[in-house]
Design a protein around this ligand. Structure first.
Ligand code: CA
Length: 659
């Protein structure tokens, strides 16, 4: 009989709730306990194997029905190193799977692996600690794909495409510039955000060099991906991922995982559906799987055991891997209650764990948007941030239109989008919200609810977009200036800044706008560009140092932003400017004037007279220790550049000595 995968009239809310924290495998030398939640099952079978794939089971046992929809089995003896699968019968037999709770798996995630968790801890792991980050807006996030980081020969790293590349120090590009973890330290970012490292489907772990994927095709939510490990059939995937975390922590860099609980790679064949058919997913009124992820299904985060599953999974990752944060793919699919409960649970570990996500979905959901974690509802989420797409598109142009330009590429009328980003999507009385691209109103209540960025793994890289969309065509020199100004906009604005890896060396994907499965030659970070675009790297480095030294650029409260951040009242086409006044956020600088000129030509900018302005940034240079002053009522701002002037406690007489 062919199974009907429509769920008309099934009331999932009547399924029993199992509240224990012991789902999955509990190993000890004497015995192994396995507990699963399968409330519709009539029988559950356990197969034990010697291999991660192939071969026949060496024993087959039956689970026993337990309370609240749970089934359990106990096997005596030391089963460390054995693989297992689970088979559920709910009237007919479903497929063999590792279940939904496996923390270690064999090759390609087809079988679970019984293991001793202690053996997955690297040396010194008990001393490993999360990094200090008192306020979310102190973070500077760098988004990176494990493989892209090291795969190119120019990386100078040995463990190409592997977790272990992050443990290599002293690596250099062919031109002798720092690469790898030394580069991250030199740049000064505070957190590395890794594209999905939980087990995903598409890359064959036996031949990881044969294909490429970003990893938004989840298979086992609680086990690390095997293609990045030196051995994909053992607990090396856990050990080596922990070594990555440890190594970054040793350099004072936090680690954020990108998590994809919003959908699964498979639908009918998913381990969710092969354990409790239908339960983990939302359905349309006709009973079929709905598809807000655009990938064939969407997870029903609001159902009790799904919510518990996600929260328990995050708790496991955060505690076991000492994580500093999570990024939620298509967070707009999650219901608000689940997101807020995630925050509460993470706070029991550390309130500094960063949580943020994409405040949108890819398609329609049967759950009303009013209850989901979309950008417009971010103010109802506590200490969870969302990506600011208004700012992103305002900076470089919209993604959908090939030739669409943004503020840095000389499009006038983008000024309000820029101001929207500068104020971190918070309400500011001097912003004309009618002119903001997507959001016609502020959606963040506080600046730590807003992730500001100009690019990420999706779509063309910043450099590619700016190179291809400018009309009249921009020279290479002009594109470089645009990249620098795009970085300056993100790194001086309020909120949480986020960089796409390699942005600081004009990363190119040769124009590819969706490289999720493109080959290494598209996705790799080409470290030779660090030398070729060294001016951009130095500029980003200086911006990051400036941001870290000056709290005025990352105020913690919207009320402070409204008090200390002033936009000018007059309009100048292609120019955006603001002042941070009265030692904003206890900044040592009394007044900071920031001017962005998006025009290709230089413009005259009116200055408040009778102030000795010290020049911090002019043209393409940044020098916070500069002793260059300007006194007058006007300054020329070069085309496509940021000007920053400050009024501080150094008076010219102190600097140059009188008498
Ligand atoms: Ca995999």
């Amino acid at each position: 009989m062919i199974r009907d995968w429509r769920f008309n009239g099934v009331d999932f809310s009547t399924y029993p709730y199992y509240g224990g924290d012991d789902l999955g495998v509990t190993w000890s030398k004497e015995k192994t306990l396995i507990r699963i939640w399968a409330p519709t099952a009539t029988a559950v079978e356990l197969n034990i194997y010697k291999q991660g794939q192939g071969g026949s089971p060496i024993r087959i046992d039956q689970f026993e029905k337990s309370e609240c929809g749970a089934w359990t089995i106990q096997l005596n003896g030391d089963l460390n190193g054995y693989y297992y699968t689970i088979k559920v019968n709910d009237g007919s037999w479903l497929n063999e799977t590792p279940g939904v709770d496996a923390r270690a798996v064999g090759i390609n995630g087809k079988r679970g692996l019984i293991f001793n968790p202690e053996e997955t801890n690297p040396e010194g792991w008990k001393d490993d600690q999360r990094i200090k980050c008192d306020h979310a807006s102190d973070a500077i996030i760098y988004e990176l794909h494990v493989r892209d980081f090291s795969i190119d020969p120019s990386s100078g790293m040995k463990n190409k495409g592997k977790y272990l590349a992050f443990t290599e120090t002293g690596t250099l590009s062919p031109e002798g510039l720092k690469t790898g973890i030394d580069h991250l330290k030199e740049l000064g970012i505070t957190h590395v955000h890794l594209l999905p490292v939980a087990d995903f489907l598409t890359v064959d772990e036996q031949v990881p060099d044969k294909s490429y994927n970003w990893g938004y095709d989840p298979l086992n939510f609680n086990a690390p991906e095997g293609s990045y490990a030196t051995d994909s059939n053992s607990t090396a995937r856990i050990l080596e991922l922990k070594m990555l975390v440890q190594s970054l922590h040793q350099e004072g860099i936090g680690v954020i995982f990108d998590v994809v609980y919003n959908h699964t790679a498979y639908t009918r064949r998913s381990y969710f559906n092969q354990t409790v058919p239908g339960y983990y997913y939302r359905q349309r009124t006709n009973g079929t799987f709905s598809n807000a992820s655009g990938c064939g299904n969407e997870v029903a985060t609001e159902r009790n055991m799904v919510r518990k599953y996600i929260i328990d999974s995050l708790y496991y990752w955060a505690t076991e891997f000492h994580l500093d944060g999570f990024r939620f793919d298509l967070m707009g699919i999650y219901d608000l209650d689940t997101m807020n409960q995630i925050r509460v649970r993470m706070d029991t570990i550390s309130p500094t764990i960063l949580l943020y996500g994409e405040g949108w979905a890819a398609d329609k959901s049967p759950m009303n948007e009013a209850w989901r974690a979309v950008n417009t509802n971010v103010s109802r989420l506590f200490r969870i941030a969302a990506f600011n797409d208004d700012f992103r598109d305002g900076i470089k142009g919209t993604l959908s239109e090939k030739n669409s330009k943004g503020f840095v590429s000389g499009q006038v009328t983008q000024e309000e989008n820029i101001k929207f980003g500068i104020a971190a999507a918070c309400f500011h009385p001097q912003i004309e919200y009618d002119y903001v691209e997507h959001s016609k109103s502020p959606w963040a209540a506080e600046p730590w609810q807003c992730i500001n960025y100009n690019s990420c793994h999706d779509n063309q890289t910043l450099y590619d977009k700016l190179s291809s969309s400018c009309c009249p065509k921009a020279s290479e020199e002009e594109v470089k200036r645009m990249v620098m100004m795009a970085g300056a906009l993100v790194l001086t604005s309020q909120g949480i800044p986020f960089l796409h890896a390699g942005e600081e060396m004009a990363r190119t994907k040769l124009g590819d706008h969706n490289s999720y499965k493109s080959p290494d030659r598209i996705n790799r970070i080409d470290w030779t560009r660090k030398s070729e675009y060294n001016e951009i790297f130095r500029y980003y480095q200086a911006l990051i140092a400036l941001r870290k030294t000056h709290p005025a650029f990352h105020m913690n409260w919207a009320s402070l932003i409204r008090k200390h951040l002033i936009f000018p009242s007059d309009y100048q086409p292609g120019v955006a400017s603001y002042s941070l006044v009265n030692h904003a956020n206890d900044d040592p600088w009394k007044t900071i004037l920031v001017v962005f000129n998006g025009n290709r030509n230089e413009v005259a900018f009116k200055l408040q007279p009778q102030i000795h302005w010290r020049i911090i940034a002019l043209d393409t240079s940044i020098n916070p220790d500069s002793t260059d002053y300007i006194y007058g009522d006007e300054i020329q701002v070069p085309g496509i550049s940021m000007l920053m002037l400050v009024e501080d406690y150094f008076s010219p007489s102190m600097q140059f000595g009188e008498g």
